[in-house]
Design a binder for this molecule. Structure first.
Ligand code: FES
Ligand SMILES: [Fe+2]
Length: 388
């Protein structure tokens, strides 16, 4: 996003704040709540979204050295994401080709030069090729040429490793097309590939994954749910750009009202606003003043979601004081704002759904981002259904 675009977004936000021009529609729509509870709905999402669309599984900095790996699970498929000794990324299903044991059990580490199965010690090179089979002659005439690790389609783009489970592993994944021109242009400028993950926390939450996406798609709840945490720093105004199927949102900090008295070219966008991206289907980026939250959601049943939250910073903290401030800021956002507010309310909603009282949810104009998200979800599922 260049300076002129930042200025335009701030001007839209200020107009909205001053009530000169409301961009928010005044209407309501309804969505059925079975999408949050039915196994069948989740299975459709798994097929149409989580298998077919690019999903983030690692940040480049987590596998910066040869042999570094991260394990992640998408749709119940355990994956190894690693950097080989040519400096290339490789992504494989984390399952031995002998009898299926996981080759790596930890969620990250360094696997040295070979992946060795803990069960009978079949070993694999970091490019996935089967290297060694103990007592090989005991398998008689067996052809081992089909026993390399199963590769998964991926790309390293915008500082992240993305995978498509249903993709052709022999072809590079085209993340740019999936993100579209607008988001690709913005993400090119963020420089995530040179940044680092300072913290990474995974939590398991008793709610449908979309309830968490919903919480990050609208600012309507800022004044109430976040009344003791964020609310005092932010304006009510919030703008949305429909970058179908993705969403770009901008919220204003109260300090923006002073900032806009300066010449527009001197406006500090980062310190006075909060930029959000909902990257469809399962990832949210939030630009805090000094770091970025990247959250990816991995459903594990209709009412269970793993939330992976990465704190991405521009460079290693210069000293202990800077590190302490960053750590405290992450702690506040993760433990208070996300866990006790956004995630807790999502779990609260899930707990009322079983009563069947709310067959439908109502979405108002201030929840426009949520409407865009569900429209995208329905679009992909309908396309999938019509195809098969
Ligand atoms: S299951 Fe891996 S070597 Fe037997
Ligand atoms: Fe929130």
């Amino acid at each position: 996003m260049n300076k002129n675009q930042q200025i335009q977004m701030i001007q839209r936000l200020i107009k909205q704040h001053e009530g000169q021009e409301s961009e928010l529609p005044e209407h309501f729509t309804k969505i059925s709540t079975n999408r949050y509870t039915d196994l069948q709905e989740l299975e459709l999402e798994q097929m149409a979204l989580f298998r077919e669309l690019p999903i983030i599984v690692a940040h480049t900095s987590e596998i910066s050295e040869s042999g570094n790996y991260v394990c992640e699970e998408v749709n119940g498929v355990p994956l190894i994401i690693l950097r080989d000794f040519d400096g290339d990324v490789q992504v494989f299903v984390n399952a031995c080709r002998h009898r299926g044991a996981r080759l790596l059990e930890r969620d990250h580490g360094n696997c040295k030069r070979l992946l060795v199965c803990p069960y009978h010690a079949w070993s694999y090179k970091l490019n996935g090729q089967l290297k060694g089979v103990p007592e090989k002659e005991s398998f008689g005439e067996m052809d081992f040429s089909q026993s390399d690790l199963v590769p998964v389609q991926f790309a390293e783009e915008f500082g992240y490793v993305w995978v498509v489970l249903a993709g052709n592993a022999a072809e590079k994944l085209d993340v740019r097309t999936a993100l579209g021109k607008e988001l690709s242009r913005d993400f090119d400028n963020f420089g995530f590939s040179k940044q680092i993950v300072h913290k990474k926390v995974s939590t398991l939450n008793d709610c449908n994954w979309k309830l968490v996406m919903d919480a990050f798609a609208e600012g309507y709840h800022l004044k109430s749910l976040h009344k003791d945490s964020l609310s005092r720093f932010f304006l009510k105004a919030n703008i949305h750009d429909d970058c179908f199927p993705h969403i770009r949102q901008l919220g204003g900090r109260k300090s923006l009202l002073e900032e806009v008295k300066k010449n527009p070219h001197d406006w500090n966008f980062r310190l006075n606003t909060t930029l959000f991206y909902n990257v469809f289907p399962n990832t949210v980026f939030v630009f805090h003043p000094h770091w970025v939250s990247q959250m990816s959601l991995f459903p594990d049943g209709p009412n269970k979601v793993k939330v992976v939250h990465r704190m991405v910073i521009e460079e290693q903290p210069a000293n202990a004081e800077v590190k302490e401030k960053l750590d405290a800021s992450f702690q506040h956002i993760q433990s208070q704002v996300f866990e006790k507010e956004d995630l807790a309310i999502s779990v609260s909603i899930q707990s009322t759904l079983a009563s069947g009282v709310n067959q439908e949810f109502t979405i108002g104009g201030m929840e426009e981002g949520m409407r865009i998200f569900h429209k995208a979800r329905d679009f992909y599922i309908d396309s999938f259904r019509n195809r098969d």
